[in-house]
Design a protein around this ligand. Structure first.
Ligand SMILES: Cc1cc2nc3c(=O)[nH]c(=O)nc-3n(C[C@H](O)[C@H](O)[C@H](O)COP(=O)(O)OP(=O)(O)OC[C@H]3O[C@@H](n4cnc5c(N)ncnc54)[C@H](O)[C@@H]3O)c2cc1C
Ligand code: FES
Ligand code: FES
Length: 479
C-alpha cells in the first residue's frame, strides 16, 4: 500500500504525503510550487481562470484534458501529469497561442488569460483541423470580464499551427507512463490526525474499505463535492476516490444498451453517444463547460441527486439501471425507483455506483430533451424535460415523460403519459396534456425561477414538443 501521492507537474516529479495531499490542486500549484500563472477567482468551477491540463495514462500514452484546478483535490491528481500555463512555453519562449493572444490584443487585466491559453492549447494539440466553432467550444468554460471575446477568438483564428509543438513532444510520455502503469496496481492510503483518503486499486479494495468506513464520502470528478467544500467549509473526514481503478472509466456498447463505468467522464460519454444518441450528445454538449465535463461523471450526476441535474430525465425515460457494488456483491436498481425524496435514494451506506446501463432507443422511437436555463453553456437548469415516444401515422403510439426542476426529485408524469397514448397529434390535445402535467408537479420558487414560471414552462415544453413533431424536426431512431 502506497502512503503518498505520485504525480508530475510540468515534467517534474513530486511525491506528496500527509496533510498536503488534501489541499486543492490550485492551492498546491500556487503556494506549494509558486506556479502563480494559475489564477484562483471564483473557486467554484465557473470562470476557468484556474484551468490546467491533467494528463492521465490512456492506451500507453498520456491523454491531456483541461480541468478547473480550484475544484480538484490534490489526491485526485495522483498518477497524473499536470501542465500549468508556465509549462506550455516552447523552448523558453511564448507558444503560438500565447503569441496570438499578444498580437490580437486578447488580454487586458490578464487574470483570465492563462485559463484561455490552457484551454486553447489543449484544443490545438487535439484538433486536426481547427475551426472557429471548435475554438469557441474550447473556451466556453472561460470567462473574461474586460477584454471581450472577439479579440480572444481572433487570437485563436490567428494561431500559427505550424509552430505548435505537440504536448507529447514537449513532455515525452515514456517514463511517466511506466511509473503510472506500475503504481496503479497498488492502493493508496493517506491518514492524518483528522483526515483519511483511500484511492483503491480495484473494486474489491473499494468495497472492503466502504464496508469498514460507511461514512466515507466518494469523490468522483469532485465538481459537486469540491464546490461545497470551497464555499461551505465542508470537510469530510474520510474520502475515497476511484480514479486509479483500471477499466472503471470504460464505456461499452452491447446490442441494445450502453454501459458507463463510474469514473467515465461526461466528456467521454459525450464523444461516445455523438452518433449513437445525438439528442443526448447535444444535452451533454451544453452541460457545464469542457473543464466540468472533463472531470464530472454520470455516476456523480446521479448520486448528487439534484432535481435539476441534467442527465437523469433522459435516464428516466430510457429506464436506465444503476449497478451498485458492495462487499456483499452487486445489486441493480432501476433509476425510476432510485430516488426516495430530496437527496434521498436507494443506496446503502456500504454501497457505491460501479456503472450505469442505459438502453438505447429502439427502432422508430424518438427522443427529445429540453434544458431551460438562462444561458446556453455553463449554466444550471431551471427546468428539464425528457420525452421518449413512438408515432403511428398522426397518432402517438407510446410516450414516456420525465420532468426535472418541478419537485424535490425528478418526476415521471404517468397521468399525462396515459392521456397522450393513442391520441392524435393536435395542438388542443397537447394543451389538455399540459393541464394534466401541471397537476402532477409541485415546483417551488428559488433563484432560478418562480413557481409560476416553472408551471408555465412545464406547459410550454409540451407545446414546443407538439410544434417540433409537426415540423418534422425530431428524427426517429433508424437502428
Ligand atoms: C461550474 C459548474 C457547472 C455545472 N453544470 C452542470 C450542468 O450543466 N448540469 C448538471 O446537471 N450539473 C452541472 N454541474 C454539477 C456537476 O458538475 C454534476 O452534477 C456532475 O455530474 C457531478 O459529477 P462528479 O463526478 O463531479 O461528482 P462528485 O462531485 O465527485 O460527486 C457528487 C456526489 O455523487 C457522489 N458520488 C460520486 N460518484 C459516486 C459513486 N460512484 N457512487 C456513489 N456515489 C458517488 C459523491 O459522494 C457526491 O455526493 C455543474 C457544476 C459546476 C461546478
Ligand atoms: S477559479 Fe474560477 S473556475 Fe476555478
Ligand atoms: S483580460 Fe481581464 S478578465 Fe479577461
Amino acid at each position: 500500500m502506497r502512503d503518498y501521492l505520485h504525480l508530475f507537474v510540468n515534467g517534474k516529479e513530486h511525491k506528496i504525503s500527509g496533510s498536503e495531499a488534501f489541499q486543492p490542486l490550485s492551492t498546491f500549484l500556487r503556494w506549494g510550487l509558486g506556479a502563480t500563472g494559475t489564477k484562483i477567482v471564483c473557486e467554484e468551477g465557473d470562470c476557468g481562470a484556474c484551468s490546467v491540463l491533467v494528463g492521465k495514462l490512456k492506451d500507453g500514452k498520456i491523454d491531456y484534458q483541461p480541468i478547473n484546478s480550484c475544484i480538484q483535490l490534490l489526491y485526485q491528481a495522483d498518477l497524473s501529469h499536470i501542465i500549468t500555463v508556465e509549462g506550455l512555453k516552447q523552448n523558453g519562449h511564448l507558444n503560438p497561442v500565447q503569441e496570438a493572444m499578444v498580437e490580437c490584443h486578447g488580454t487586458q487585466c490578464g487574470f483570465c488569460t492563462p485559463g484561455f491559453v490552457v484551454a486553447m492549447c489543449e484544443y490545438f494539440d487535439r484538433s486536426k483541423s481547427p475551426c472557429a466553432q471548435g475554438i469557441k467550444d474550447s473556451v466556453t468554460g472561460n470567462l473574461c470580464r474586460c477584454t471581450g471575446y472577439e479579440p480572444i477568438i481572433k487570437a485563436g483564428l490567428n494561431v500559427d499551427m505550424a509552430g505548435i509543438v505537440p504536448l507529447s513532444e514537449l513532455y515525452p510520455p515514456a517514463e511517466m507512463s511506466k511509473i503510472f502503469a506500475k503504481e496503479r496496481s497498488e492502493s493508496v492510503l493517506i491518514k492524518t490526525e483528522d483526515k483519511t483518503v483511500f484511492l483503491p486499486a480495484n473494486l474489491a479494495d473499494a468495497a472492503k474499505f466502504k464496508s469498514e468506513h460507511s461514512d466515507a464520502i466518494i469523490i468522483a470528478g469532485g465538481t459537486d463535492v469540491c464546490v461545497v467544500m470551497n464555499k461551505r467549509a465542508y470537510a469530510p473526514k474520510v474520502v475515497m476516490s476511484f480514479g486509479n481503478i483500471e477499466g472503471l472509466n470504460e464505456i461499452s456498447v452491447s446490442e441494445n444498451h450502453i454501459k458507463v463505468g463510474a469514473t467515465a467522464t461526461l466528456s467521454q460519454l459525450e464523444a461516445f453517444v455523438k452518433d449513437r444518441v445525438p439528442e443526448f450528445f447535444h444535452l451533454l454538449w451544453v452541460f457545464g463547460s469542457p473543464q466540468i465535463r472533463n472531470a464530472g461523471t454520470l455516476a456523480g450526476n446521479i448520486a448528487n441527486a439534484s432535481p435539476i441535474a441534467d442527465t437523469p430525465p433522459f435516464l428516466f425515460v430510457m429506464d436506465a439501471v444503476i449497478n451498485l457494488t458492495s462487499s456483499k456483491g452487486n445489486r441493480q436498481v432501476r433509476i425510476n425507483d432510485f430516488y426516495k425524496g430530496y437527496k434521498k435514494f436507494d443506496m446503502q451506506a456500504d454501497e457505491f455506483i460501479s456503472s450505469v446501463e442505459i438502453p438505447l432507443p429502439a427502432k422508430g422511437e424518438m427522443v427529445r430533451l429540453y434544458k431551460v436555463s438562462r444561458r446556453k453553456h455553463l449554466d444550471i437548469s431551471t427546468n428539464t424535460a425528457a420525452f421518449k415516444f413512438k408515432l403511428n401515422g398522426n397518432k402517438i403510439e407510446d410516450i414516456t415523460i420525465a420532468y426535472g426542476g418541478v419537485a424535490a426529485v425528478i418526476l415521471r408524469l404517468p397521468k399525462t403519459e396515459a392521456f397522450l397514448k393513442g391520441k392524435q397529434i393536435e395542438l388542443d390535445v397537447f394543451h389538455q396534456a399540459a393541464e394534466l402535467a401541471v397537476s402532477e408537479i409541485t415546483p417551488i420558487s428559488d433563484v432560478r425561477g418562480s413557481k409560476e414560471f416553472r408551471l408555465q414552462l412545464a406547459k410550454n415544453l409540451l407545446s414546443k414538443l407538439f410544434y417540433e413533431i409537426k415540423e418534422g424536426r425530431i428524427a426517429a431512431c433508424q437502428q
